[in-house]
Design a protein around this ligand. Structure first.
Ligand code: GLN
Length: 288
């Protein structure tokens, strides 16, 4: 078979489409651009350039793995979140664009805080801690995770983005096994929130490649909200922000948990461009 770029892309697209990959042409192009180490936009200009046998073999191998529903981000080893580069490995959840909503709102709400002190609970690949740290140059962020491997990935990502000196990484189960000082301006989390019984129905890329630890929110998906909310409130500064990403159908349940917790006010749900609720925020009362 010819190894010209147009032929290879057609071959790859057909294999991926047959395997049920949702964007077969785009995935084929990203993969080829990765193998050729060029921007995706240059593929067309290189249409006549033949691949070396090694490039050809690497590309075919990657396409077969993608057809086995290995996520594209794991094949390429990186992705973008909020315009920044992140390494991805099976040790942490693949960054999701939905999480950009939480980051966006928090950046807006912290814009008048001079030296914000922030905790990111369950940091995974580090996206929340790192994007905030990058934008808030006078901030200090504590990024926690129960997984040592996830923390290692997050610390590599902090290094990649030049913010290692503004983030402390702590291995701990939520906030339970260490005693941070009080007075945080923001405590944030994108916790595992998929109900256990729903995990098997997720698309193969998610259920087989994201760590179960990062997905499983217990019977009704709300276990982590029940734990995070009461342990966070005593650590917030007066008017401090508690910000939680939520599943698209969890706004009412999480809002109720926040409303039942003493010491919180200004509870608000934020939606994405499609109108789906993606984050719930609350403020600490002055005397909590
Ligand atoms: N905070 C990380 C992210 O948003 C990890 C989230 C998780 O593991 N549930 O990607």
């Amino acid at each position: 078979m010819s190894s010209s770029i147009p032929h290879l892309l057609t071959w790859a697209r057909d294999i991926l489409a047959k395997a049920g990959v949702s964007s077969p042409r785009a995935d084929a192009e990203w993969t080829l651009a990765h193998v050729l180490e060029c921007p995706r936009s240059e593929l067309l200009m290189r249409a006549r350039q033949p691949l070396t046998p090694a490039q050809n073999a690497t590309f075919r191998n990657l396409i077969h793995r993608r057809a086995d529903r290995v996520p594209l981000q794991h094949l390429l080893g990186n992705t973008e979140f909020y315009g920044l580069p992140f390494r991805t490995t099976p040790d942490a959840l693949i960054p999701r664009p939905e999480t950009e909503i939480l980051v966006e709102i928090v950046l807006d709400q912290l814009k008048n805080v001079t030296k914000p002190r922030i905790i990111d609970i369950g940091t995974g690949s580090g996206i929340i801690a790192i994007t905030l740290s990058k934008a808030l140059t006078r901030s200090h962020v504590i990024a926690t995770d129960i997984s040592r491997k996830a923390l290692y990935l997050a610390s590599q990502n902090a290094c990649l983005n030049g913010v290692s000196n503004r983030i402390s990484f702590l291995q701990t189960d939520l906030l339970t096994s260490f005693a941070p000082p009080e007075g945080f301006d923001a405590i944030l989390s994108n916790p595992p929130y998929i109900p256990s019984h729903a995990i098997d129905a997720l698309q193969p890329e998610v259920r087989a490649s994201d760590p179960r630890l990062a997905l499983d929110g217990g019977c009704d998906g709300l276990d982590f909200y029940r734990k995070i909310i009461p342990t966070s409130v005593p650590l917030l500064a007066p008017d401090g922000l508690l910000g939680l990403e939520i599943g698209h159908d969890q706004a009412d349940a999480v809002t109720q948990l926040l409303a039942r917790q003493s010491g919180l006010t200004h509870i608000a749900t934020h939606t994405d461009l499609g109108g789906y609720p993606r984050a719930v925020l609350a403020r600490a009362t002055a005397n909590c």
